[in-house]
Design a protein around this ligand. Structure first.
Ligand SMILES: *Cc1c(COP(=O)(O)O)cnc(C)c1O
Length: 441
């Protein structure tokens, strides 16, 4: 028999976020095709994509409108460099994003981590151009995640991703996370937000003169295990950043495009950030693209006769026409189908179907915002996440816990049958994993 695709893969493909030795026990799953919320493997088994393939496929896979736009774009222009050139998709996308956010200058990269790098560099360079070169440090929230390139790791507070590279990284400061699970007796989530933002204020009073920007994931710290917090934190943080002359960067890479119920999460706080980072759902999960949107004030600080005062940053694929066209098609779907309203109904159905999981005796802190659900599982299994993932796949559902936090972040295209499939599979996989724990004990 010829060697399987999966076996060939582990010999030659170095898989991301993976200890490759673990593939000795279990090979990766070779996917042949995908359609809507379903992934189909090479053996004909199908899996419901309960995490939108790492939070990117907003409208599932192979959406006809995005496919048609990409096919059309391929007929006209595949790529051209964006220095000294421009094209309709990048112009139209920038105009639309400006209308959606009120930030009228879009700088493009190819993935989330490079958006973080762009925002950090732009912020520090802004202060330098304004004659304040010492303002070059950053502050973020405990447990924050902003990508894993060396620059982005400075503001990513996840020890597992950072420890081995600590000598390479110029660590940013962290202030306490307003994670609502940190509530002390009788505290509400607003109380937690106010308590934590007070510690941000104390920090800024001492360090603002050396600080360029505060970077946050608005409302949900996804990689930290879907830590959710009250919008009050963002409202007060915006005031503090203004008062202490520090930029506010909101990293909407995971929370953007309807994930938290509004188009962008920070809009629930009614604030205007200085920088917005977008990626992941930006192209509906078809092609890599990221962008950093910023204000007239930031833009004008770089606008000068002197070349070196410009933002001299570039990536080869900056503003790739195909990716921009996919992003435009994604935004068109939001408009034409009134996706945010439709999602309110879908979320209600999902919430109902997921109620038995939320009420499970071993689940703590069941939480839900927009199209994100999370449950902390009380378990002694150190490898809970891996075991759960395996059981979920056996039940035809792609779910991949973060530590002991099980979560669902499904595409916005589930029909009634898919809703039931997801909810039943998620619960059955939990029971199967807990049964294993009893056997192990
Ligand atoms: C995924 C993510 C990133 C990094 O994006 P990549 O495309 O994986 O580099 C940055 N910030 C947040 C909030 C993310 O969820």
């Amino acid at each position: 028999m010829s060697e399987s695709l999966a076996a060939r893969s582990v010999r030659t493909v170095w898989h991301p976020c993976t200890q490759m030795k673990l593939h000795e026990a279990q090979l990766p799953i070779a996917i042949a095709r995908a359609s809507g919320p379903w992934l189909h493997d090479v053996d004909g088994k199908r899996y419901l994509d309960g995490i939108s393939s790492w939070w990117v496929n907003l409208f599932g896979h192979g959406h006809p409108h995005i496919k048609a736009a990409l096919t059309d774009q391929l007929e006209h222009l595949d790529h051209v460099m964006l220095a000294g050139f421009t094209h309709a998709p990048v112009v139209e996308l920038s105009e639309r994003l400006a209308a959606l956010t009120g930030l009228g200058h879009a700088f493009y990269g190819s993935d989330g981590a490079s958006a973080t790098e762009i925002a950090l560099k732009m912020s520090a360079h802004y202060w330098r151009n304004r004659g304040r070169p010492t303002k070059c440090r950053f502050v973020g929230l405990a447990g924050g995640y902003h990508g894993e390139t060396v620059g982005a790791l400075a503001v990513t507070d996840v020890p597992l991703f950072r420890e081995a590279y600590a000598p390479l990284v110029r660590l940013a400061a962290t202030v306490s996370s307003p994670d609502a699970r940190g509530a002390k007796a009788a505290e509400t989530s607003i109380d937690v937000a106010r308590r934590c933002v007070a510690s941000l204020e104390a920090w800024l009073i001492t360090y603002a003169q050396d600080t360029a920007a505060l970077i946050v994931e608005p409302l949900v710290q996804c990689a930290a295990g879907m830590a959710m917090y009250d919008a009050e934190y963002l409202r007060v943080a915006r005031q503090l950043c203004d008062r202490h002359e520090v930029h506010l960067i909101v990293d909407e890479i995971a929370t953007g495009f309807g994930r938290t119920g509004t188009m962008f999460a920070h809009q629930q706080a009614g604030i205007r950030p200085d920088f917005i980072c977008l990626s992941k759902g930006l192209t509906g999960g078809t092609l890599p693209l990221s962008t950093v949107l910023t204000t007239d004030d930031v833009y004008e600080a770089f606008y000068d006769d002197e070349v070196a005062r410009g933002f001299l940053h570039s990536h080869s694929y900056t503003g790739n026409p195909l990716a921009c066209r996919a992003a435009l098609a994604t935004l068109e779907i939001f408009e034409r189908l009134d996706v945010l309203t439709a999602n309110v109904r879908l979320a209600r159905d999902l919430d109902k179907a997921l109620a038995p999981l939320s009420a499970h005796p071993r689940v703590r802190d069941a939480r839900h915002l927009g199209m994100i659900w999370a449950w902390d599982v009380e378990t002694a299994l150190p490898d809970f996440a891996r075991r759960y993932h395996r059981h979920a796949m056996a039940h035809g559902v792609l779910l991949r816990p973060i530590g002991r936090t099980l979560y669902a972040m499904p595409p916005y295209v589930l029909d009634a049958k898919a809703v039931q499939w997801l909810a039943q599979g998620a619960l059955a996989a939990l029971e199967a994993t807990l049964a294993e724990e009893r056997t192990a004990a």
